[in-house]
Structure formats: C-alpha cells, structure tokens
Design a protein around this ligand. Structure first.
Ligand SMILES: [Zn+2]
Length: 118
C-alpha cells in the first residue's frame, strides 16, 4: 500500500466496522485499511463568500434558512461565513434577513471581474 498522505480519521467503516479508516488527502475520500472500502465523504458542501454574495445580489435579501437551502451548507459553516462577511462589512442582517451592503456589492463586482478576467 502506498504511503502517500494517508491520515487516520475517527470514522468507522460502515462495511466491516473497522476503526482503521484513513483519509486520503489527495482525493478527500476515506479509505478503510481493513477491507478496502472507500467511504464517501458525508461532509456538507463547502460554501464561499462569493457564492453567498452572488445569491444576495440576485435575490436582494435572503433568510438564513433560505441561504442554507441554496448553498447546501451546514448551519455551522454557513453561520461562520455569514459572520465573517458581516465583520468585513460585506453584508448586513436586518430582521433575520441578510443583504449586501454597498461595500459588499462593490466587493462582489470586483470578484466577478476577476472571475471573468477583466
Ligand atoms: Zn472496512
């Protein structure tokens, strides 16, 4: 077995029940070193500031649960991102709904420009 970048994780193999499950950092999969089963990642999708800004730009304002539905992120992850965006002054929360600030709109346009290579 190659020793590239396997790291043991705390997961248990659903097939054989072994705790010798390693994370393959190259692929991000979990691999059972006992039976060879590849355990697919059950983590929620990662969500980025740009993605959130994009949704807010499109919809105007969105509630936390709506944003969670759209991005598919976990509560913790989404909350962390939103919190840091509020701290950066990119978004504001009013009455449970998030919307872009002027600064946020500008930030979004700049990011969009970078994406398209302007
Ligand atoms: Zn196994």
């Amino acid at each position: 077995m190659s020793r590239r970048s396997l790291r043991f994780s705390r997961a248990t193999c659903p097939i054989c029940g072994s705790k010798e499950v390693a994370r393959d950092d190259l692929k991000g999969d979990l691999l059972c070193t006992n039976c060879g089963n590849v355990v697919t990642r059950r983590e929620t999708k990662s969500v980025g500031k740009f993605q959130i800004a994009q949704q807010l730009k499109r919809e105007g304002r969105l509630s936390f649960s709506k944003l969670r539905d759209i991005t598919g992120a976990s509560d913790d992850k989404l909350f962390g991102i939103l919190e840091s965006m509020v701290r950066m002054g990119l978004i504001q929360e009013i009455g449970g709904s998030y919307s872009l600030t002027k600064r946020g709109s500008k930030w979004y346009r700049q990011r969009l420009g970078q994406q398209w290579g302007y």
